[in-house]
Design a protein around this ligand. Structure first.
Ligand SMILES: C[C@@]1(CC(=O)O)C2=NC(=C\c3[nH]c(c(CCC(=O)O)c3CC(=O)O)Cc3[nH]c(c(CC(=O)O)c3CCC(=O)O)/C=C3\N/C(=C\2)[C@@H](CCC(=O)O)[C@]3(C)CC(=O)O)/[C@H]1CCC(=O)O
Ligand SMILES: NC(=O)c1ccc[n+]([C@@H]2O[C@H](COP(=O)([O-])OP(=O)(O)OC[C@H]3O[C@@H](n4cnc5c(N)ncnc54)[C@H](O)[C@@H]3O)[C@@H](O)[C@H]2O)c1
Length: 236
C-alpha cells in the first residue's frame, strides 16, 4: 500500500514571502518595531513607521534619520492604511492595536499584532540569516523563547561557510541557465545541479572561482561532475 504523508493539522504554512518594493506599515517605534523594521528592510520592502517622535527608540530614530524608512510623526490614524500591503503593529496600547487589527481586516490587509495571536494573519518566528540562507523556527505560538533557543542550536550546528557555499551555487545556477537556457533541458539541468551539490564538498563550493565554474560547466553536456581538482587541472 502506498504511504502518503499523514496530515497533522494545527500547523502554519511557512513560506518565503516576497515583499520587495511592497509598502509595509509599522505601527509603533519601540524595540519590537525596530526588529520588524530590520526584517522587512532586509526583504527590500518600502517601510513607513507611524509613531510620535518622542516614542521612537534609538534604533528606530536612526533608521528614520538615515531615511531607511519614512516616518509619520503622530499616533496611528486609519488613513495610514491607504496603500499598505502589510501592517505590523507593535504598540503598548491594546485598545489601539485591536482597532488597527479590525481596520486591517475590513480592508483585507495582512497584519501581525505583536504578541496578540488571535489578531495575527501570520506569526513571526525566530530567524537565522547567513547570506542567502534563511531559517525560521516557529513553535506556532506555544513557546517563543524556545523558538529562539532552537534557532540558536540549529545555527551552531551549521558549517560556518554554508552561506558562502549557497551564494556560489546561486552563481553557478545562473551561469548554467545561460549555457543551457532551453526549457526542454530543465530536468537535465536540475539533475546535474543536484549531482554537483552532492559530490562537491562545502569547501569546494565555497572556494569555487568563476574559472572553476566555467570549467565545470563544460561537463554539463556529457552530464558528468568531475572533482574540483580535475576541473582546475584542465583549466591550467
Ligand atoms: C520568535 C519571536 C519572533 C519575533 O517576534 O521577532 C516571537 N516572540 C519572540 C520572543 C518572545 N516573545 C515573548 C517572550 C517572553 C517569554 C515567553 O513568553 O516565552 C519572548 C522571549 C524573548 O523576548 O526573548 C512573549 C510573547 N510572545 C507572544 C505572546 C502572546 C501569547 O503567547 O499569547 C507572548 C506572551 C506575552 C505575555 O505573557 O504577556 C506571541 C508571539 N510571539 C511570536 C514570536 C509569535 C509566535 C512564535 C512562536 O511561537 O514560535 C507570536 C504568537 C505572535 C507574534 O508576535 O508574531 C521572538 C523571538 C526572537 C528571537 O529571539 O529569535
Ligand atoms: N514578540 C515579541 O518578541 C515581544 C517582546 C516584547 C514585547 N512585545 C509586545 O509588543 C508590543 C510592543 O513592545 P515594545 O517593547 O516594542 O514596546 P515599547 O514600549 O518599546 O514601544 C511601544 C511603541 O508604541 C508607540 N505607540 C503607542 N501607541 C501608539 C499609537 N497609537 N500609534 C503609534 N505608535 C504608538 C510608542 O510611542 C512606542 O514607540 C507590546 O504589546 C509588547 O507586549 C512583543
Amino acid at each position: 500500500m502506498a504511504q502518503f504523508p499523514e496530515i497533522q493539522g494545527g500547523g502554519s504554512l511557512i513560506v518565503a514571502w516576497q515583499i520587495r518594493d511592497k509598502h509595509v506599515l509599522v505601527v509603533g517605534g519601540g524595540e519590537v518595531a525596530a526588529g520588524r523594521i530590520v526584517l522587512t528592510l532586509n526583504a527590500d520592502a518600502r517601510v513607513t513607521v507611524v509613531c510620535p517622535a518622542s516614542g521612537l527608540n534609538e534604533e528606530v530614530a536612526y533608521r528614520v534619520a538615515e531615511k531607511q524608512v519614512k516616518h509619520i510623526d503622530r499616533n496611528f490614524e486609519p488613513s495610514d492604511l491607504d496603500g499598505a500591503d502589510m501592517v505590523l503593529c507593535a504598540i503598548d496600547d491594546p485598545v489601539a492595536s485591536t482597532q488597527v487589527w479590525k481596520l486591517c481586516k475590513e480592508r483585507r490587509i495582512p497584519a501581525n499584532i505583536a504578541d496578540v495571536p488571535p489578531e495575527c494573519d501570520f506569526y513571526f518566528g525566530s530567524m537565522h540569516r547567513d547570506g542567502p540562507l534563511q531559517i525560521m523556527v516557529s513553535t506556532n505560538g506555544n513557546g517563543p523563547k524556545l523558538a529562539s533557543l532552537v534557532r540558536k542550536r540549529i545555527a551552531e550546528a551549521l558549517p560556518s561557510n554554508i552561506g558562502a557555499a549557497i551564494e556560489n551555487v546561486g552563481k553557478l545556477r545562473m551561469k548554467l541557465r545561460k549555457v543551457a537556457p532551453e526549457p526542454s533541458v530543465g530536468p537535465k539541468r536540475m539533475k546535474w545541479m543536484s549531482a554537483v551539490c552532492e559530490s562537491w564538498s562545502l569547501d569546494d563550493l565555497v572556494g569555487m572561482t568563476e574559472n572553476d565554474m566555467d570549467g565545470l560547466l563544460t561537463h554539463f553536456q556529457a552530464g558528468d561532475v568531475p572533482p574540483l581538482l580535475e576541473v582546475r587541472m584542465k583549466n591550467l
